[in-house]
Design a binder for this molecule. Structure first.
Ligand code: DSN
Length: 434
């Protein structure tokens, strides 16, 4: 069965090269992971051919009886995983999911609060170049300059002053647990919706290893492909009822779940990606198994071990450590820019991304830090002792960046470690080689 090779050898070669790149390096980008082959199989299935605008049981096209089965399973499994009242699995990815929440709850120009990008927020949390910063008025909150931690008293004072209609809690580069109860208390005090974006931490939330905002907040969005280890996509979870309808939507006949569903379709999206939604169902099934909890717990143990090793090698970590799956290293403190660090580490097979640090004086294109995390390497089976090795290899590369012999040795060490933990060992060698 060489369908791709026969039709398009150039693309086949690029797939093999990518598989080989991923197998041969240490993937530390904290938003990346390796799905199961079952998840990938469904993504390449006949579901990719179908149109099914609408929701299970209420579609605009015929022939959706099997799509309905898959989407309903995804919804029911997500509800169980997160103890959610209502779930919409159709958002195509994290950014469209967040756009749908804004579209459902806010009017253009409304004021809301989200975490500053440099302090660990996301583009869609109010960045001026994004729809969330251009079409709505974001009053960003940051972290304390000294501790680099969120200061909930300061956020509360800011909320009382700016009277936001929505408060967004969530992170892409904040290495600490979020206190969703504190955010909710503030939101309730100022009559704002509380919207949590758990794209990064969904897997550890699902495993019960991080407080679950779904039980607390009005709305929660998440991607499905990060710690959750599913296909590339997203979903929105929310309460059925709109607790602020009298204040913010007095003329609406819709409850919160209906506001969210109609914002996703027909508000913003057309046909859902049924092949991806079916793959989400598979990933949620996997995440409901006891082994997944072991995996999520190992992500956290690995992150702590890696952070400890990096600090013991003399590198400064933002907030001096981590409580979740990620960490941010201040490489500029050692005189290396984030971009140079990313490029240098790429060369030796250590993959991570440049990132701003709180109060960064450098530009986001070449910031002071790098961000890394452990979900992908944990999927490969690595544990604390390997994390110590990874931390030591990374620190050696950074601290001996001008020593070609040392860098060659690091590269050898990376290859050696990777060969002990082959990615997708079930796949034949031909999948990786031209
Ligand atoms: N690109 C994702 C991340 O790396 O955190 C967020 O969208």
């Amino acid at each position: 069965m060489h369908y791709l090779r026969d039709v398009d050898p150039e693309i086949e070669a690029s797939v093999k090269n990518e598989a080989n790149r991923a197998r041969g390096g240490l993937e530390l980008i904290p938003s990346e992971n390796f799905t199961s082959l079952a998840v990938m199989q469904v993504m390449g299935s006949v579901f990719t051919n179908k149109y099914s605008e609408g929701y299970p049981g209420k579609r605009y096209y015929g022939g959706n009886e099997f799509v309905d089965v898959a989407e309903t399973l995804a919804i029911e499994r997500a509800k169980k995983l997160f103890n959610a009242e209502h779930v919409n699995v159709q958002p195509l990815s994290g950014s469209p999911a967040n756009q749908a929440v804004f579209f459902a709850l806010l009017n253009l120009g409304d004021t809301y609060m989200g975490m500053d990008l440099a302090c660990g927020g996301h583009l869609t949390h109010g960045c001026p170049v994004n729809f969330s910063g251009k079409h709505y008025k974001c009053i960003p909150y940051g972290v304390d300059k000294e501790t680099e931690l969120l200061d909930y008293d300061a956020i509360k004072k800011q909320a009382i002053k700016s009277k936001p209609k929505l408060i967004l809690s969530g992170l892409t580069a904040y290495p600490r647990e979020l206190d969703f109860d504190a955010f909710q208390e503030i939101a309730e005090e100022v009559g704002a919706y509380h919207f949590a974006d758990i794209a990064h931490i969904a897997g550890i939330v699902a495993a019960g290893l991080h407080p679950n905002p779904v039980e607390v907040c009005d709305v929660v969005s998440t991607t499905t492909h990060k710690t959750l280890r599913g296909p590339r996509g997203a979903m929105i979870m929310c309460k059925e009822e709109d607790r602020l309808r009298d204040i913010h939507h007095p003329d609406s006949k819709k409850n919160l779940a209906q506001l969210i569903d109609s914002a996703v379709f027909p508000g913003l999206q057309g046909g859902p990606h049924d092949h991806v939604n079916a793959a989400k169902a598979v990933a949620f099934h996997e995440a409901l198994q006891p082994e997944y909890k072991v995996y999520a717990s190992q992500i956290l143990k690995n992150a702590k071990a890696l952070a400890d090793e990096l600090m013991s090698q003399g590198l400064r970590l933002v907030t001096d450590g981590t409580e979740n799956h990620l960490m941010v290293v201040d490489v500029w403190e050692k005189g290396i820019t984030g971009k140079d660090a990313q490029n240098l580490l790429d060369e030796v097979g250590i993959f991570l991304n440049k990132n701003t640090i709180p109060f960064d004086e450098r530009s986001p294109f070449n910031p002071s830090g790098v961000r890394l995390g452990t979900p992908a390497l944990t999927t490969r089976g690595m544990k604390e002792s390997e994390m110590k090795e990874v931390g030591s290899l990374m620190a050696r590369a950074l601290l001996k960046k001008d020593d070609k012999t040392a860098l060659a040795k690091v590269k050898e060490g990376v290859s050696e470690l990777c060969s002990q933990f082959p990615l997708y060992p079930e796949l034949p060698d031909g999948y990786f080689k031209q």
